[in-house]
Each structure stands twice: as structure tokens, then as C-alpha cells.
Design a protein around this ligand. Structure first.
Ligand code: IMP
Length: 194
């Protein structure tokens, strides 16, 4: 069993990641982790910034930095790396409102979007593994569903005919960007010998 500290203060992510890796790793949040400013221009850069900040605090431990976001090609890639602070208020609700109004002029195929999750596993400031997961979907006209977090209520996933907010945690992990990134990480950990 591995012990992995997650460079995040987002409890939703910790639950999703902990659930996914539970057979192979215990996923912990460090109480002294202070989220650094995410000033990178890519998901990868931000994942490294987060992992480094935690690795400096606990150099002997395995740490996972993860950065994710929603990319809408019609909006030139926005909200992208700025997904969590897309609107001035930065709440899930206000981010959703801003995105829906930005997409008012968009036709059906312009509403295509994808989520990205980039993961970086580090120890002592050194990258041991890195990988990316993606999932494609469409932005709905209004929020549908109560589960998940962030943009889940407006992210429609055609193969299941539901938004991410209508999926159980297990269903979401099976198809989501984070789930896909984590299954690559799981493969690496399994090979390394967990
Ligand atoms: P991060 O904590 O910097 O990675 O911020 C990622 C932001 O992207 C979150 O605050 C959400 O707004 C959005 N996001 C990332 N993953 C998801 C997801 O699985 N569902 C919904 N929104 C997500």
C-alpha cells in the first residue's frame, strides 16, 4: 500500500482520488499544505507548481499534484487553466452562469467542451511519473443534476446521456478526465509494486 499526499485543498477532489486509488494507495491531505499561486500557463505547469509546494514540506513522502479544468474551443480554450476563478466571484454557481452566458451565441456543435486532468507524482522535488486524462462532452443550456462539483451540472456526457452531476462517484470516476489520469497512475504504481 502506498501513502500519497495530495497537493490540494479541494475536499471533492480528495474524495474522488481517494476512492479511485483505495486498493493501492491511501490518499491523504497534509494539514500544513498551503495552495501556491497557480500562475502556470498549462495544466502541467500548475500540477508541478502544486506538487513542488507540497514536496518541499514533506520531501520524503510521495505527493501528487493535480491540475484540471474545462476547455471550450468556441471560447478560445477558456476557462482552461483559470477554470476555478473564471468569474469574478469564483464560486461554482457564478462560474457556471458566466460560461452559460458566454455560450448563448453558440450553436450545437460550438458547445463542445472537454475536461483535462494532469497529474504529477513527485518525491523530494523529483518527478517520478506524470500523465494526462481527458473526457469530451457538451455544455448544456442549463444546470442539470445535484452531484459532483464545479462545472459538473452543465457538462453533458453523450455516451451515458447524462451530465456529470447526474452520475454516481463510481460512474464519474470510470469515465472522467481525473479517472483516466488516475488509471494511468494506478498502472504505474502497480508496476512499481504497491
Ligand atoms: P484546480 O483545483 O485548479 O485544478 O481547479 C480546477 C477547476 O476546474 C475546478 O475548480 C472546477 O471549476 C473545474 N473542474 C475540474 N475538474 C472538474 C470536474 O471533475 N467537474 C467539474 N469541474 C471540474
Amino acid at each position: 500500500m502506498f501513502k500519497i499526499y495530495l497537493a490540494s485543498s479541494n475536499p471533492h477532489k480528495a474524495v474522488e482520488i481517494g476512492e479511485f486509488l483505495k486498493e493501492i494507495a491511501e490518499v491523504l491531505i497534509h494539514p500544513e499544505y498551503e495552495p501556491p499561486l497557480e500562475e502556470g500557463e498549462s495544466f502541467r505547469e500548475n500540477a508541478i507548481i502544486k506538487a513542488k509546494a507540497l514536496s518541499e514540506l514533506i520531501p520524503q513522502e510521495l505527493v501528487l499534484g493535480e491540475d484540471s479544468g474545462l476547455v471550450v474551443p468556441f471560447l478560445g480554450g477558456a476557462p482552461g487553466v483559470k477554470s476555478h476563478r473564471f468569474s469574478a466571484l469564483g464560486t461554482d454557481l457564478s462560474n457556471i452562469e458566466k460560461l452559460l452566458s458566454a455560450l448563448k451565441p453558440a450553436s450545437g456543435k460550438d458547445r463542445r467542451a472537454y475536461f483535462v486532468s494532469y497529474g504529477v507524482l513527485m518525491r523530494g522535488g523529483k518527478i517520478l511519473w506524470e500523465g494526462e486524462g481527458r473526457v469530451e462532452g457538451e455544455i448544456t443550456l442549463q444546470s442539470i443534476g445535484e452531484g459532483g462539483f464545479g462545472y459538473d451540472p452543465i457538462f453533458f456526457y453523450p455516451p451515458l446521456g447524462k451530465t456529470f452531476a447526474q452520475l454516481t462517484k463510481e460512474e464519474k470516476n470510470r469515465v472522467s478526465h481525473r479517472g483516466r489520469m488516475l488509471s494511468l497512475l494506478k498502472e504505474f504504481l502497480t508496476k512499481t509494486g504497491g
